[in-house]
Design a binder for this molecule. Structure first.
Ligand code: NQM
Length: 332
């Protein structure tokens, strides 16, 4: 069977297979089938594919030259299931976004001497990537690697920053802020779900009653947010007062497994909710437009600035990316 040109890149705290769109079938169903066989999805160990048996390593970026004005490349993000043989285009990935510029340069789609303008196809929004920007260390990744500065033009979700139309909704007796500044997220106070928010990932993962509550919460939130496909969104972030000098402490379900850190646009969305006076967790939050998000393996700093009317003026983040291999992948 013929192989497919593929580059494996660590972007931020995630890892993904990067493809040129021209190297994949143009029919989405055929493409998805090929990607499922490439990752080995539908098997908890993904033993017969290149996925790493977690959602954070079961990710795909499909990159192509863009026909949009003032944009260099289009980036379609696809989240592959691990146990389930699923592919979802219902979310963005700001971590894999960090690898798109270096991939586009390596494949000759863009010149090397200027920032790359990237359209995130999933949300039809644009980001500018500047790289390499020195050697940078980020939490959750050993050592240092070339830095990638990402500035988002506009990440507000299709149904607005507050897709339910409310700053606070009460679901199953729990006050939540449902927000979408690049990622649909349900923000709830950890204490309102009977946990501290400082538990380890494995402690929370073992709490099956909590998992059920999070599932009920997010399914009701999805309906209020107008999200029909709930395969990968909304995420749920539990917030607690900061304990390590940051702005807020977080534990995030993606959508039911625990994130070992927090996603980029997930963090941007949570920060946006916390910046809003009256948003759930606002009173626990100590920060300004530079928001230092504590997560289970360290900190993620994001920049989010709102104007007085509560609209997003600016958001951005610094990540790193590193190419792990460039070659040919052979789908099952
Ligand atoms: O929120 C995981 C990740 C992500 C997505 C997830 C991400 C983002 O850490 O922009 O980066 O929330 O499923 O890669």
């Amino acid at each position: 069977m013929a192989g497919v040109p593929c580059m494996l890149i660590r972007g931020g705290t995630s890892k993904g297979a990067y493809f040129l769109a021209a190297d994949l079938p143009s029919d989405p169903a055929e493409r998805d089938d090929l990607l499922i066989r490439t990752m080995g999805s539908g098997d908890p160990r993904q033993i017969d594919g290149i996925g790493g048996a977690t959602p954070l390593t079961s990710k795909v970026a499909v990159v192509s030259p863009s026909s949009e004005p003032n944009v260099d490349v289009d980036y379609l993000f696809l989240q592959l299931g691990v146990e389930e043989a699923t592919v979802s285009d219902r979310q963005n990935c700001g971590n894999l976004l960090a690898g798109v510029g270096p991939f586009a340069v390596a494949r000759g789609l863009v010149p090397t001497d200027r920032p790359v303008r990237i359209r995130m196809v999933n949300s039809d929004s644009v980001a500018t990537a500047r790289f390499p920007v020195g050697e940078v260390a980020i939490s959750g990744v050993p050592g240092t690697a070339p830095g990638v500065v990402l500035d988002f033009d506009d990440t507000e979700g299709p149904n607005g920053l507050l897709p339910t139309g409310n700053l606070v909704d009460v679901i199953d007796g729990v006050p939540v802020t449902c927000v979408d500044n690049g990622m649909p997220v349900v923000v709830a106070r950890a204490a309102d779900l009977g946990v501290t928010g400082y538990e380890s990932v494995s402690q929370l993962a073992d709490d099956l009653a909590l998992r059920d509550r999070v599932q009920r919460l997010r399914m009701q939130a999805a309906a209020l947010m107008g999200l029909r496909d709930t395969t990968s969104v909304p995420k749920t972030t539990l917030v607690a007062p900061p304990v390590d000098g940051g702005s807020i402490c977080t534990r995030t379900f993606i959508p039911l497994r625990l994130h070992t850190s927090i996603g980029v646009l997930g963090a941007v969305s949570v920060a946006t909710a916390l910046l809003m006076d009256g948003g759930v967790g606002h009173e626990l939050f100590s920060g300004s437009s530079r928001v230092d998000v504590e997560h289970p393996t360290g900190h993620l700093q994001v920049e989010v600035e709102l104007d007085p009317a509560g609209r997003v003026r600016r958001s951005g983040v610094v990540r790193t990316a590193r190419t792990l291999f460039d070659g040919t992948v052979f789908p099952r």
